[in-house]
Design a protein around this ligand. Structure first.
Ligand SMILES: *[C@@H]1O[C@H](CO)[C@@H](O)[C@H](O)[C@H]1NC(C)=O
Ligand SMILES: *[C@@H]1O[C@H](CO)[C@@H](O)[C@H](O)[C@H]1NC(C)=O
Ligand SMILES: *[C@@H]1O[C@H](CO)[C@@H](O)[C@H](O)[C@H]1NC(C)=O
Length: 316
């Protein structure tokens, strides 16, 4: 059967394009990798090298719509890369020794998608792999503990070193006793209302644009004790994710500290008639801050320690 030039051309195009989409490749294998926004990810791909062979590695990305787009090709390393990945993707330096991995840096949320690696040796497709990349919104949090005294102030540290021209934003969240996190303050909307407990007492560093995202809390209250979360973003990508555990310790006025509070003494006298060694120490005056909200008084009364605990709670 004779083909017209047009038909032949069409057939050639079909053959060519099926070649391109790797119909001659081994079955697709699938791998999943994940990374954090701002970080980097290695999309693994490999083959078994033998000396003298002609190797061609091709990586594709699957956009939200449409077929795969060519990302990078080992044979034409200087070919333009689609804008989304421009300047951020790089083939392994060890392609000739079998490492055909793709390195994506400065990960963005929108890099979350499927990628495909094809390796051709002497015109035969030997590796055909799908890599599913998931980019998480932020890195896993790091933890910092900060303490302060009631009535004083505390700086909750959070920072990032931006490169010049980057747009830096910071958000702080607090965790009230009930319910999930609440937004405390956000650098982009400085005049937004602040939850009542902290209203008028929290302030962001003046140097957010240069990467200091610390939060200043003044006139500390015992109930400010708890967890706070800082997220910093540059150009819309979360780069710092930190958990600050703030502990506010009770600090008593010097006049009160001259002796045990009067009610303490009274309770002490009534409870120490049978255990003369029980005495109010520094502990009862500082302990209430940590226990008053959560710990009921112990019910058992049988030894001096239990009585001391009981005494301690009751003086609240
Ligand atoms: C392949 O190359 C990537 C990028 O350079 C590297 O991170 C990875 O460890 C290499 N893999 C192997 C198996 O050597
Ligand atoms: C960040 O800002 C806070 C609050 O203004 C300040 O106390 C702290 O020293 C600053 N940190 C750095 C590293 O400049
Ligand atoms: C915060 O610190 C306090 C006191 O050290 C501790 O009891 C509490 O479990 C910590 N919270 C978290 C979430 O780590």
């Amino acid at each position: 059967m004779a083909l017209s030039t047009e038909q032949a051309l069409a057939l050639l195009l079909i053959l060519n394009s099926t070649h391109l989409t790797a119909a001659d490749c081994p079955p697709l294998d699938r791998v999943a990798v994940s990374g954090s926004a701002g970080g980097r990810a290695v999309l693994p791909c490999s083959y078994t090298p033998t000396p003298g062979q002609d190797v061609a590695v091709t990586w594709y990305a699957y956009p939200d719509q449409g077929g795969p787009v060519l990302l990078i090709k080992s044979k034409t390393p200087s070919a333009p890369i689609p804008a989304q990945w421009s300047g951020r993707v790089k083939l392994s330096d060890e392609v000739s020794s079998g490492n055909a991995s793709l390195l994506i840096s400065e990960l963005r949320l929108e890099d979350t998608r499927d990628y495909m690696c094809d390796v051709w040796i002497n015109g035969i497709c030997v590796t055909h792999r799908n890599v599913k990349l998931t980019v998480q919104a932020c890195s896993a949090p790091d933890y910092v503990a900060v303490s302060g005294s009631a009535g004083g102030r505390a700086v909750l540290p959070c920072s990032y070193t931006p490169t010049p021209g980057q747009d830096v934003a910071v958000r702080w969240y607090a965790y009230p006793d009930q319910g999930g996190p609440v937004l405390l303050i956000e650098s982009k909307t400085p005049s937004a209302p602040i939850p009542a407990q902290w209203s008028g007492r929290v302030k962001l560093s003046d140097e957010v644009s240069s990467g200091n995202g610390s939060l200043l809390i003044s006139e500390l209250r015992l109930e400010d004790t708890g967890d706070y979360t800082c997220d910093m973003w540059t150009n819309g990508i979360c780069v710092t994710h930190r958990n600050v555990n703030l502990t506010v310790e009770g600090k008593y006025n010097k006049h009160v500290l001259v002796g045990p509070p009067k009610r303490d003494s009274a309770t002490s006298r009534t409870t120490t008639t049978t255990t003369p060694t029980t005495r109010p120490s520094a502990t009862p005056t500082t302990r209430p801050s940590a226990t008053q909200k959560t710990s009921p008084c112990p019910t058992q009364q049988g030894n001096a320690a239990a009585q001391r605990r009981s005494y301690c709670m009751k003086t609240l």
